[in-house]
Design a protein around this ligand. Structure first.
Ligand SMILES: *[C@@H]1O[C@H](CO)[C@@H](O)[C@H](O)[C@H]1NC(C)=O
Ligand SMILES: *[C@@H]1O[C@H](CO)[C@@H](O)[C@H](O)[C@H]1NC(C)=O
Ligand SMILES: *[C@@H]1O[C@H](CO)[C@@H](O)[C@H](O)[C@H]1NC(C)=O
Ligand SMILES: *[C@@H]1O[C@H](CO)[C@@H](O)[C@H](O)[C@H]1NC(C)=O
Ligand SMILES: *[C@@H]1O[C@H](CO)[C@@H](O)[C@H](O)[C@H]1NC(C)=O
Ligand SMILES: *[C@@H]1O[C@H](CO)[C@@H](O)[C@H](O)[C@H]1NC(C)=O
Ligand SMILES: [Fe+2]
Length: 466
């Protein structure tokens, strides 16, 4: 509403917007009119097919992979054996050679209140060929289980690559629908950027960690075959003083390993990787972000390292959005935004993905960095250097959809809709990438929202406004 002059005309327009909700008058974007069917929001029962324990004594379960180094030639394979440690080896071979190699991993366990975890294995397999299909086996003898993955192409500026976006998934039948839609999406996502809030085990009495295990078994059907890159959400903190559990992120950090050391990070809560033509920076909304904190120094140095000749696409993700117009988590991202937003604009970050709000929203390219305590200059302005902010916390967990929105729709909001779904960020080459959002109620190919991204380092043309 920054264009308005006198307060009387301003309140009149606000009034009209509230009554008529006319986007033109308010200058905001589109609030989707889509009428959705009621979502099932209960967690899937423990005896559901998706939670089935693989057959055989002590068979590896909850198999998942993620990138293991900075460049994409290593993979961390993780799995859990319930009854005893069992083999900590991964046997792997490339489709081309059939020559089997083995790598040894580490085994961890943890206790949470009166829950004791299974044996959590993490094995870093490295020196892999790029752009190659590998088979791998975890467990041995009768309970050996075989999977495969495809390594990314070598990092380079014109390498196409397709990322999937999933957030706040949980384990309801809506979550299952989101995962199924992602799997069947013809855009064919190759790596998931997961914007936080994994299992929602903390919704159970004593934060029943068995629900971390069911989540691990549920997502195995995808996460064992393609890397999922995680960040932490509020439901991954698992801080519960009443039962003496005061070490934040205990289940998450034991179960999900990330290659943080490879990017000079000192904690798994923030890190970066390169993959194909993208540089991906993962931040923690639940760690200190202020000036002089470890995350602050790391991010400042990290942004300087990005070479857009090598990786034209700069993607950032964290749990809590900066620009979000759903009531539930409105302005929760301010603590981080006031400190990091100017860096994102100055470095021409292409897109910032977040979750937290259980809904979908895409922002205009806006920045709000002019404000000083004395100048009152606090309205976001359009700026082609700024990122697009996409909130995609609509995976379908048991808390349901966040329907209440800030009205009228703020200027910075380009499109919003409270439905469950997932996103695809499809990099074509150094100049073009295409984002699409897919709501669960549609067929797999339907793009309920979409936008072309023009790379502002390599393509000095303004994006089409769509
Ligand atoms: C953990 O404690 C709760 C509450 O006392 C109890 O209901 C549950 O059965 C216990 N679980 C185990 C594995 O002991
Ligand atoms: C989950 O989705 C898969 C299809 O992708 C289906 O086979 C399975 O039965 C579903 N399970 C539940 C509990 O919804
Ligand atoms: C995996 O191994 C590679 C090669 O030695 C190394 O660069 C990388 O940091 C390792 N990753 C982890 C998570 O240990
Ligand atoms: C940036 O990347 C390009 C392309 O890979 C390379 O030629 C150049 O030397 C790199 N610049 C720096 C400062 O590393
Ligand atoms: C957009 O952001 C850039 C980088 O911070 C700044 O130099 C420029 O003045 C901004 N433009 C507008 C219109 O605010
Ligand atoms: C980059 O991709 C876009 C979209 O697919 C295409 O129109 C354009 O021609 C491509 N540019 C180059 C140099 O291949
Ligand atoms: Fe959430």
């Amino acid at each position: 509403m920054g264009v308005l002059g006198s307060s009387s005309s301003s309140s009149l327009v606000v009034f009209l917007c509230l009554v008529l909700n006319i986007a033109v008058l308010c200058n905001g974007g589109t609030t989707s009119r889509y009428i959705r069917k009621l979502e099932e929001i209960e967690d899937m029962p423990l005896n559901s097919d998706v939670f089935k324990v693989p057959p055989g004594y002590n068979a590896p379960q909850q198999v998942h992979i993620t990138q293991g180094d900075h460049e994409g030639s290593a993979v961390i394979v993780s799995w859990i054996t319930p009854s005893k440690p069992g083999s900590n080896q991964v046997v792997y071979w490339s489709e081309n050679s059939n020559k089997k190699k083995t790598a040894k991993g580490i085994v961890l366990t943890y206790k949470y209140y009166n829950y004791t975890s299974g044996y959590i294995h993490h094995c870093n397999i490295s020196n892999l060929e790029f752009d190659t299909k590998y088979y791998y086996v975890v467990g041995s003898g009768k309970v050996a289980r075989k999977f495969w993955f495809i390594t990314p192409p070598k990092v380079g500026r014109d390498i196409p690559y397709t990322f999937g976006l999933i957030g706040d998934l949980g384990q309801t039948s809506a979550s299952n629908s989101t995962l199924t839609h992602y799997e069947n999406n013809p855009h064919n996502g190759k790596t998931v950027l997961y914007v936080g809030d994994l299992s929602y085990a903390d919704k159970y009495p004593y934060y029943d960690n068995n629900r971390w295990d069911t989540w691990g078994r549920f997502v195995e059907r995808n996460a064992a075959y393609q890397p999922w890159l995680f960040t932490v959400g509020n439901h991954d903190i698992d801080f519960n003083q009443a039962i003496g559990e005061t070490i934040p992120f205990k289940p998450y950090t034991h179960r999900y390993h990330v290659p943080f050391k490879a990017s000079g990070s000192t904690t798994p809560l923030w890190y970066s990787i390169k993959r194909a033509s993208a540089y991906i920076i993962v931040l923690s909304s639940y760690s200190a972000v202020g000036r002089s904190t470890p995350q602050y120094y790391w991010l400042k140095a990290e942004l300087e390292k990005v070479n857009r000749s090598e990786t034209p696409w700069l993607i950032v993700f964290m749990h809590v959005p900066f620009y979000n117009s759903y009531v539930k988590h409105y302005m929760e991202g301010e603590t981080m935004r006031v400190v990091y937003e100017s860096w994102f604009v100055n470095h021409k970050v292409d897109v910032v993905f977040s979750g937290h709000a259980h809904a979908y929203e895409r922002s205009e390219r806006v920045s709000n960095t002019a404000y000083r305590i004395t100048n009152g200059d606090c309205t976001p302005v359009k700026n082609q250097s700024a990122p697009v902010y996409i909130t995609i916390g609509d995976g379908g967990n048991q808390e349901g959809i966040d329907k209440a929105m800030i009205e009228p729709q703020p200027d910075y909001s380009a499109f919003r809709e409270p439905s469950f779904g997932h996103g695809i960020f499809d990099i074509k080459n150094r100049t073009h990438a295409h984002f699409s959002w897919h709501r669960n109620q549609d067929g797999y190919a339907k793009e309920a929202d979409k936008k072309w991204f023009y790379n502002r380092v390599w393509h000095q043309v303004d994006e089409p406004s769509d």
